[in-house]
Write a protein that binds this ligand. Sequence first.
Ligand code: HEM
Ligand code: SF4
Ligand code: SF4
Length: 461
Amino acid sequence: MTHEQWYLAGIMRSLHRYASDGLVVVIMVHLLRELSLGRHRGVRWFSWVTGSMVMIMVFIAGISGYWLVWDQLAQYVAIVTTEWFDMLPIFGEPIARNFMSPTALESRFFTLMIFAHISVPLIALAILWMHLQRVSKARINPPRGLAVSVFVALMVMSLVYPATSQPPADLAMVPAEIGLDWFYLSLFPLLDTLPGNLTWSMAGVFMVILFSIPWLPPLKRAKAAKVAKVDLDNCNGCSRCYNDCPYNAISMVARSDGAAYKREPIVDPAYCVSCGICVGSCPTATPFRRRSLLSPGIDMPDLTIKKISDQVKTQAMGLTGSSRIMVFGCGDGPNLSRIASPSVGIVHLACIGQLPPSFIDFVLARDYADGVVLTGCNENSCSARFGIQWTKDRLAGERDPHLRRRVPRDRIKMVWAGISGLGQLRRELEQFGEQLKDAPPMALQQTTPLQQTVNTVKEGV
Ligand code: HEM
Ligand code: SF4
Ligand code: SF4
């Protein structure tokens, strides 16, 4: 393929090989990212376990691909793999015997390998579909620029370093030197040299650790918060919670309480990660109501809208100075207790997406603070996937519920600093404090231009 028809088959072969190597890199980066963001614990064990299954299948598919070439590398891979499996007392006849003599190698065996090389990725695809069942709006296609650049890079590599085969397999001799594909075959030298019982034990221990990672310490999130709870008395069936939930945990079903609305949300506890984003989307979650009525259509039992409203009021009471700032943030961003001061109050949320925009209006309109800061994870690594994005969209008026237009935008700041961004948050708070000193008085900012003219005329009179 590489030499006789390099322009079509050869390039396709090289693209196939380099893209497969790239897949290993992408899977590893994705695995480490999810691990570092802690997105594998609690009910998210499902994504971790199905992801691990896909990863193993990708390796099986990649290794079986090397057999198909039937060069000296394939011979090495075939012998090492079959000898390794022969160490298990499950096969009546040693399968490595297939490769002991040229006559013993049957074409049936290659048919089996081709079948494996095609069926294993198809099974992996089915598991990948399951992998994505518990996340909503998963971004499957990369941005166009990234897709084009990766394709061009792979094409250039395919033209400059076309994939080649090694000398043909010769079962009469043992290959002296072979080049390995380190992406798929890096463990083969170990399988080849270490005793079989040791490598099988190592493989067993690795598997047990891999699949039990969601339940291993540190169990920071093991004491899972309670899942979102619907209160039909305050729900109008608008579906915003359903649209905003990043984990497919909410379904809209026929109304069961006889109210005039058609539908109602139900929460599946097996899917809910307790991020509170649904509360931030609910039109009935507003602090402007009387305390006895502060009960939205959907709420987090551990951190209710009432409790958030109480935090705001308690913090506001302690604030002094000419630029008082109320910071709303989550536990996955910078350590908020380290920035509390007489001029900075802290309100804790499950995720920044739990904050209904009306709270910002509430803080400024009631003069609980002079400015509001929203903080949390790094911009592209929200622990609850869409907390930052939905918050930005709601404040920009691109997603319900909108932040009212009367709220002065120069009194709001977003600092997506991440868990290691305490220094950045401190610096930005300081700058924001200075900026607030120069801001026009709130009373003027919250009136319309017409009202301002009326006020000015009145003042003149
Ligand atoms: C071909 C392999 C894989 C593909 C194509 C894939 C794809 C995806 C995609 C598209 C998402 C949704 C991400 C988002 O929009 O936030 C996701 C989530 C996730 N993946 Fe994978 N994945 C693969 C393998 C793995 C592996 C090997 C692991 C770990 C062992 C893993 C662990 C996870 C976890 C824990 C989540 C859930 C994130 C959350 O709950 O927020 N994935 N995967
Ligand atoms: S708390 Fe988060 S995961 Fe649970 S239903 Fe609400 S938005 Fe969905
Ligand atoms: S967003 Fe609130 S009002 Fe709308 S369906 Fe969900 S719980 Fe009900």
